[in-house]
Ligand binder design. Structure first.
Ligand SMILES: [Zn+2]
Length: 428
């Protein structure tokens, strides 16, 4: 092995046309930071002229024409030192068109300074959580350069990668970046693979329609189930786009409606003139709890009551202070029970019942249920839920938090795709 081959091996440079000079390594100080500088050159016999395309058959066609000296290429660090390559690129002269051109290498894109190896190293770093700023410093490139890498990834959407809609999808919206419409973005999850399918920068109906219409009608007809929250406008839209799909509201969102209704009923009672004000305020968690989980046996001293009480006793006491609260609580618990045990009949009897004595909040929630009855019953018949979408939304929150927020949607999207393993860096 020659010294040139050794050096290439250490620097992981695969291009056969790059060679290193003897004594090619120089230790330099750049702003008091030590830099490993390698000196090499790039040369080969070109197959044809870059400018006019003539086939090169010898010295009558194309000849060497000196070098472009010291072209800077940033390489991944060596032993944790910033490392650069100063590459002399061979120039050529074409006798047919009288023009010159320089040699090309797979090491770095034309007119770029950041080697493809460095780019790969940055992408691998971006696949783990960590801020773009830290990753840029670690790879000795500017944050702008890192953002440009993210731009490229963002344009290479997952859709372009395989382009096939999953049969079971989940949709939701999430708080995204300032450059998205009303700061919200739209997420589509592949329920079979339990992974993100795509993220769209708008949750507006028109934009969602446009997005899904990128897929053929045949593909959309293949979608079997869609899980989503209880936002009614989405239902008619999804119906028109996916005529064979069964739309399933997420069970968690159904419970959330009645849970919020009960909580608002309690809060309405939390006024200073109410003698039970302090107790209603303090024990809000117990009121929202599934009553089957309330401990009846273990008593502990409760300051507010100045005696020992079980959790069940406390809730019973509070409910008896107000009839509306009591009635609303019973409806809430029955809904919880019906969903937990997948008992459609209990659910139907509740929403079809009179419910005169419940709070206006609960009346509103029950009205929503009645309006969307045909969909909600699907949640009893099928196991699918939007849990995976919720989990993904939490991950996005974490990613945003680590980066101290994102200004651009496409950067956030690229990061999410990388961290969720939806982008193959090797093909980059
Ligand atoms: Zn030419």
């Amino acid at each position: 092995m020659t010294h040139s081959d050794y050096t290439k091996n250490i620097l992981n440079i695969k291009d056969q046309n790059i060679y290193f000079y003897e004594n090619c390594l120089e230790n330099r100080k750049d702003n008091n930071i030590e830099v490993k500088v390698f000196h090499g050159f790039l040369t080969y016999t070109p197959k044809c002229c870059d400018k006019c395309g003539v086939i090169n058959q010898g010295n009558n066609d194309i000849i060497n024409w000196g070098f472009d000296k010291n072209c800077l290429v940033k390489l991944p660090k060596v032993s944790n030192f910033n490392t650069i390559l100063l590459l002399d690129k061979q120039r050529f002269f074409c006798k047919h068109c009288n023009k010159t051109f320089s040699a090309k290498t797979s090491l770095v894109d034309f007119h770029k300074q950041i080697s493809n190896n460095t780019k790969l190293s940055v992408i691998l770093d971006l696949m783990n959580k960590g801020s773009e700023k830290d990753i840029s410093i670690r790879n000795n490139i500017s944050t702008n350069s890192t953002n440009r890498i993210l731009d490229d990834i963002s344009n290479d959407t997952i859709v372009k990668n395989n382009g096939i809609l999953p049969e079971i999808i989940g949709i939701d919206e999430f708080n995204a970046t300032k450059d998205t419409i009303s700061k919200m973005a739209f997420i589509i999850v592949d329920q079979d693979n339990k992974n993100i399918f795509d993220i769209n920068n708008s949750r507006k109906s028109l934009d969602i329609e446009k997005y899904f219409k990128n897929y053929s009608k045949k593909q959309r007809d293949n979608v079997k189930f869609i899980t989503m929250d209880l936002y009614k406008p989405y239902y008619s839209l999804m119906h028109s786009l996916f005529r064979n799909a069964i739309l399933i509201p997420d069970r968690f969102h159904i419970v959330l409606q009645v849970r919020n209704a009960l909580d608002k009923t309690r809060i309405k009672l939390c006024i200073k003139s109410n003698p039970y004000y302090n107790k209603l305020k303090k024990y809000w968690k117990l009121i929202l709890k599934d009553k089957r989980d309330l401990d009846k046996d273990n008593k502990s001293y409760q300051k507010c009551f100045k005696k020992e009480m079980s959790k069940y006793d406390i809730v019973t006491y509070l409910l008896n202070t107000n009839e509306e609260l009591y009635e609303t609580y019973q409806i809430y618990q029955s809904i919880l029970y019906s969903i937990d045990t997948k008992n459609k009949n209990i659910f139907l009897s509740i929403i079809n019942g009179k419910n005169n004595k419940v709070s206006k909040y609960m009346k509103k929630a029950l009205k929503t249920f009645k309006n969307m009855k045909s969909y909600i019953l699907n949640a009893f018949d099928y196991e699918y839920s939007n849990g995976i979408v919720e989990g993904t939304n939490n991950l996005i929150k974490q990613i945003k938090h680590t980066a101290c927020g994102y200004r651009k949607f496409k950067h956030l999207k690229a990061r999410v795709m990388l961290i969720k393993g939806l982008y193959n860096p090797i093909k980059a």
